[in-house]
Design a protein around this ligand. Structure first.
Ligand code: AQP
Length: 333
């Protein structure tokens, strides 16, 4: 049984991309692994957040994860800021990682854009905190999208340097678990941009709290092109928006994009979008309902996260205490 660490940022409401790329895999992984699921609010504030919205989104995403099938009794579900071991280890890793390593991180370049001087230093050291999230539990498997591969390599470089510099064999190697079905879901407004919680346009994503009418409207308005659907995958390649919608339908109905094209070849987007909306609504409506039921009892939901945090701290604290001893800190007493 491997120990798995997975996180999601409460920077907005979890969307279809998070679901297909991450959450549905987490639900499957629970059966055979010890899983630690974290709402990474420390990561979230690396870009500006409204405090009230951040609190609400942390609870909303917790409700969504449980509604999707994450079991907070058998596994650990908590909010990152409640377990101080993350920040303590991240500081040590800030002192282990090299500036040259962080300068190579493509996600920082993407997120900082042209205004690199104006972004927070937190955004720059984000990968060090991510390394701490994993190593604080001696987790060895991390299910992520392909976009996170570089951060996991960095987490291994940090662990190796720590072990080497202090002459220990303390932090294990991490293996990324990049699942074949980790589809990248793209924005409904731009087929070349990934679907994202922080995209300014809510029309760009299907949120896991959207009701049936909202889903239908967003899909109707999704950007497409004037051509009918082709009968082969190659012909979809220069049509990112069409490819994205076909990929969504395929993922929701458990088939390949090629099989979907066999079914809809020659069809215009009107009827295809109607079918896509139908399968999305059928899948998302029960999640929305279960999440709303949980959100009606925020105190209960908070108590689930707090209990999870206590269990997480019981694993992480001794590991981070030992890391602090290794670097030469006196015991906290
Ligand atoms: N569009 C996507 N398609 C497939 N997988 C995705 N993930 C995110 N977007 C897509 C996967 O979801 C997990 C949790 O993501 P995250 O919240 O930690 O951060 P993110 O990747 O930065 O997600 P967002 O929605 O784009 O958030 P913001 O806008 O705040 O940056 C990860 O495993 C990720 O791969």
């Amino acid at each position: 049984m491997a120990r798995i660490f997975s996180g999601i940022q409460p920077t907005g409401i979890a969307h279809l991309g998070n679901y297909l790329g991450a959450i549905q895999n987490w639900v499957k992984l629970q059966a055979e692994n010890e899983c630690i699921f974290c709402l990474v609010d420390l990561h979230a504030i690396t870009v500006a957040q409204d405090p009230k919205a951040l609190r609400a989104q942390t609870l909303q995403n917790a409700a969504i994860l449980i509604a999707c099938g994450i079991d907070p009794e058998r596994q650990i579900l908590f909010h990152q800021s409640a377990v101080h071991a993350h920040a303590r280890l991240a500081w040590i890793f800030n002192c282990v990682a090299r500036v040259g390593w962080l300068n190579r991180m493509t996600q920082f370049k993407d997120k900082a854009g042209k205004d690199r001087e104006a972004v927070s230093t937190g955004l720059y050291v984000y990968p060090n905190l991510m390394a701490a999230d994993i190593h604080a539990y001696h987790a060895t498997l991390v299910p992520v999208g392909d976009d996170q591969r570089q951060h996991l390599e960095l987490a291994n470089d940090i662990a190796e340097k720590f072990n080497h510099d202090y002459g220990v064999d303390f932090f294990p190697r991490i293996e990324p678990l990049i699942l074949a079905e980790t589809a990248r879901v793209m924005s409904l407004r731009d087929g070349l941009k990934k679907m994202s919680k922080s995209d300014a346009s809510e029309q760009s994503r299907i949120q896991l709290t959207d009701d049936a009418d909202t889903i239908a409207l967003k899909i109707r308005r999704a950007k497409t092109d004037p051509e009918p659907l082709p009968d082969n995958i190659e012909a979809l390649q220069p049509r990112p928006e069409a490819a994205n919608l076909v990929g969504m339908y395929a993922a929701m109905t458990n088939q390949t994009s090629a099989a979907v094209l066999q079914q809809f070849a020659g069809s215009g987007f009107g009827p295809f979008k109607e079918k896509l909306a139908e399968v999305l609504i059928a899948h998302i409506a029960p999640i929305t309902k279960a999440a709303n039921d949980l959100l009606a009892e925020p105190v209960y939901l908070e108590s689930i996260l707090q209990a999870g945090a206590r269990r997480a701290a019981a694993i992480a604290n001794p590991i981070v205490d030992e890391a602090e001893r290794i670097v030469g800190f006196l015991p906290r007493g």
